[in-house]
Write a protein that binds this ligand. Structure first.
Ligand code: FAD
Length: 803
């Protein structure tokens, strides 16, 4: 084994092998993979090898497409067969809701150029004769599905990497990792040490243990997973290979395995494997079968596919593999650890392994993943992902693998975990809560405890009239919203203003003022949007998206000078309440000594004030489009602030409103939001944020690319639409059609109660930015006429929030 390498990849499963190959492909040749046993010795060797392109996140779906197309390439380079069987696949729906869900998946596939088709039960039965038609309502057909040989794929990656210059060492366990002062790593193995510039944790079943070597607790957990293989079936003899099938109601998947069928299930009573520590002596072992646990799924399977029962069970496989709380991979650089990368928690290695390797190799070599990988970025989690939290969420995710997640459906595991001081007060007002970063926040308020729940649906739901009431109260009078679930950062020091000017695209506000600003990466793409509040000459409060706190901190720390500036996340030190509506000033003025008139405290002002007895920061900003104030106080004061505002609010007819009303109102104002309208695939001019990019500044990250985008116009444009929808509104990811062709995608949608119309925001090619007619938005399989709005649907001049 060599004693020095540019990169050491720990783990020779399908993911580590893919990372190794992609690093060589990106030009890094001095790369070494260290494997504890033989290649595939973790979860890879006993995988069923199934692969498919459909994924709830379109960006992950793109990486799945890439993975499947890659197999030809690595077969050609390595001469090693991947055992690819492209059989095509059907996803079977047993209910109307599931068929709606499949229609939405098909629609999403349109702009990903996927060739998906909704078919009738009769057509499904022709393609997959084993099914009993009585149990199904329709299906989605995908021609690009199939399975591969896990051993062949891993070895094809590995050989291709070796041909590209990589070295692979087997039977060598990494036992510890020590970082040197220069950020490089001593990789300590059973067979000697390697000094490496970068380390990649692709430890699969042991990724958690490898993380612990560097003091981090990765939110992953292995679950036991069982599939069985039937005896040979006369129904299959002499026929072409059967398609892949997913039966959502049965929660099972099927494919042909030689003369029989392979049937696997994500059972509801799933069991974690090695919840605390994965034993190092676990090798190419299988776990004891537990057919009782999967008996309910098997019974449904035998009912829906009767020939299976008669075929008998030839073999049962029970093996563990890892999941993150949301089921998506954990990829990227780890905040606070230089040159330490992860590629783990990959639960669908044969659909996603290639895409994970591609993104990570670009990230390491070019400093940027080259694609929108927010959905699988390791930085999407924060310190709430304790071992027990991860355990509860992974079990929930596993048990729901084939269940529908409705757009208004909140999941219940690991809740309530984090609450703010006013949680019980809001509960008493019949709040229906959602969880965001494990923090409870009010979505809407019901008139009674009995009505305080969501009836899940793809269409307008039971919350619709109540959200309407909240929005109209904000428009006509005044509303109160808790805003604690925003990310906040304390930026201080003599170099703070200069650093912010370099890191953010907009100008730095003067003391007592607020500026909105995009944050760009070197390629001029949006990696954040912030409200910058200047409390003093050298002190700022930055407000942004809470879910991206670790993502932002990783970026900030990478760009901090050695001294002169400190940045500290402080979300929970500033719990907040916002008031909005034409009576907002009158309410607050009665509680503070400061003059809140527009002359003394104009729009976008920020100041320390005392609200009754409560000290806090008050910002005059508005995400609703109404006259509004955001008040930030440390959490020990939040209850008192709530009481003083709601007490005084009684005279002003104050109404509580929640996150759903806020979403509807910000869409009426065409205000974008992170991870929806603002993502690293869009530039600021494409996203309509050009006015917040101060090109008069000589230097800031992304300036050159932003200038180029402004001059060239960018490829895309974010537009607002009024949609002729009937009982369902767009929610995001629906295709936008123009003149009969899918041309773009929706990023957000909601019913705009203040304007009485269904609304959507979404991207189309810039060439269509001025098109006046011909748009349609496909909502649950129905193309609804959509009118492009040339200005925000509500209060287009912004007069109301400035008054
Ligand atoms: C029963 C079953 C069925 C499945 N079916 C499918 C399917 O149909 N389709 C699909 O896409 N996926 C399927 N999977 C999931 C798939 O197996 C995983 O997504 C994939 O194997 C993950 O690969 P990995 O490389 O991340 O991890 P692993 O395969 O666990 O590889 C990690 C490797 O790292 C090595 N390692 C760990 N720590 C160290 C160390 N300290 N030093 C040196 N080496 C180390 C291990 O020995 C191991 O070889 C299935 C899994 C199971 C269990």
């Amino acid at each position: 084994m060599k004693s020095h390498a540019q990169v050491v990849v720990i783990g020779g499963g399908v993911v580590g092998a893919s990372v190794l190959y992609h690093l060589t492909k990106a030009g890094w040749k001095d790369v070494l993979l260290v494997e504890r046993a033989e290649l595939t010795s973790g979860s890879t060797w006993h995988a069923a090898g199934g692969m498919h392109t459909v994924n709830g996140d379109p960006n992950v779906a793109k990486l799945q497409q890439y993975t499947i197309n890659l197999y030809q390439e690595i077969e050609r380079i390595s001469g090693q067969s991947c055992g690819v069987h492209i059989t095509g696949g059907i996803m079977l729906a047993g209910t109307r809701e599931r068929l709606d869900w499949l229609k939405m998946a098909k629609a999403r596939g349109r702009y990903l150029k996927m060739d998906l088709e909704i078919i009738s039960v009769e057509e499904a039965a022709k393609l997959f004769p084993l099914l009993d038609q009585r149990h199904f309502a329709g299906a989605l057909y995908d021609p690009i599905e199939g399975h591969v040989d896990p051993y062949g794929v891993t070895h094809a990656y590995a050989k291709s990497a070796q041909i590209g210059g990589a070295e692979i060492v087997r039977q060598t366990r990494v036992v510890d990792l020590k970082q040197r002062a220069d950020g490089s790593w001593d990789v300590i193995t059973e067979n000697g040490n390697v000094h490496a510039e970068h380390v990649v944790n692709a430890g699969g079943l042991w990724a958690r243990e490898v993380g612990r070597m560097v003091g981090i607790e990765l939110p992953i957990l292995a679950m036991e997973h069982q599939y069985l293989i039937t005896g040979d079936m006369p129904e299959l003899a002499g026929k072409p290979e059967q398609l892949h099938a997913i039966d959502f109601e049965g929660e099972i998947y099927l494919r042909q395995e030689r003369g029989g069928m392979l049937m696997g299930t994500y059972e509801r009573a799933g069991v974690p494997w090695s919840p605390d520590t994965t034993p190092w002596d676990f090798g190419q072992d299988l776990l004891a079968n537990d057919l009782d646990r999967i008996a309910p799924s098997l019974a449904v399977g035998f009912e829906h596919f009767p020939a299976l029962e008669a075929a008998g069970i030839r073999k049962v496989v029970n093996g563990p593999f890892t999941f993150a709380p949301d089921g998506n991979p954990l990829v990227g650089p780890v905040r606070g650890l230089r040159n330490f990368w992860v590629a783990c928690g990959v639960m669908a290695g044969f659909s996603q392994g290639g895409g994970v390797g591609l993104a990570l190799s670009h990230w390491m070599v070019d400093g940027d993943p080259g694609a929108d990988v927010w959905g699988m970025d390791v930085a999407r989690y924060g310190d709430w992902t304790t071992l027990a939290y991860t355990n509860a969420k992974v079990r929930e995710n596993y048990s729901r693998r084939f269940r529908i997640r409705f757009p208004n459906e909140e999941l219940h595991a690991a809740r309530p975990l984090r609450t703010t001081p006013i949680y019980e007060r809001l509960q008493a007002e019949h709040a229906v809560f959602g969880d965001y970063c494990a923090l409870e926040h009010a979505l809407w308020f019901a008139p009674s405890a009995a009505e305080a729940h969501d009836e899940v649906s793809f269409r307008r739901s039971n919350s619709h009239p109540h959200v309407a009431r909240e929005c109209l109260a904000v428009r006509d009078n005044i509303g109160l919203l808790e805003i604690s679930n925003y990310g906040k950062f304390d930026v201080q020091g003599p170099g703070a203003a200069e650093w912010l000017s370099h890191t953010m695209a907009n100008r730095v506000p003067s003391v007592g003022r607020i500026a909105l600003t995009p944050m760009l990466n070197d390629r001029g793409k949006l990696i954040g949007d912030f409200t910058v509040c200047r409390a003093a000459q050298d002190r700022f409060l930055l407000i942004g998206t809470y879910a991206a706190e670790t993502y932002y901190m990783r970026w900030f720390e990478r760009h901090l000078p050695p001294n002169g500036v400190s940045v500290r996340p402080c979300a929970m030190e500033y719990t907040g309440l916002a008031i909005a509506g034409p009576s907002a000033r009158a309410l607050l003025q009665g509680l503070v000594r400061d003059d809140l008139s527009s002359a003394a405290f104009p729009f976008m002002s920020f100041r320390r004030m005392e609200i009754g007895m409560v000290p806090g920061y008050v910002g005059r900003v508005s995400f609703t489009g109404e006259q509004g104030f955001e008040i930030w106080v440390s959490s020990d004061y939040q209850r008192a602030l709530y009481d003083v505002l709601s007490g005084a609010g009684r005279d002003h007819g104050l109404t509580l409103y929640g996150g759903r009303a806020l979403n509807s109102m910000r869409i009426e104002k065409s205000f974008g939001s992170w991870a929806r309208e603002y993502r690293p695939i869009y530039g600021p001019f494409e996203a309509g944020l050009g006015r917040f990019v101060d090109l008069k500044k000589d230097r800031f990250i992304g300036r050159a690319a932003a200038l180029e985008e402004r001059d060239g116009g960018g490829a895309l444009r974010l537009l607002a639409f009024k949609v002729q929808a009937t009982d369902a509104d767009a929610i995001g990811d629906e295709p936008i059609w123009h003149d009969g062709r899918p041309v773009g995608w929706v990023t957000s949608g909601a019913y705009g109660h203040r304007v009485g119309a269904s609304l959507a925001l979404g991207y189309v090619p810039a060439s269509l930015a001025g098109a006046d007619a011909g748009f349609e938005i496909e909502i649950i399989g129905e193309r609804c006429a959509a009118a492009r709005l040339s200005e925000p649907a509500y209060d287009p001049t912004g007069a109301k929030m400035r008054v």
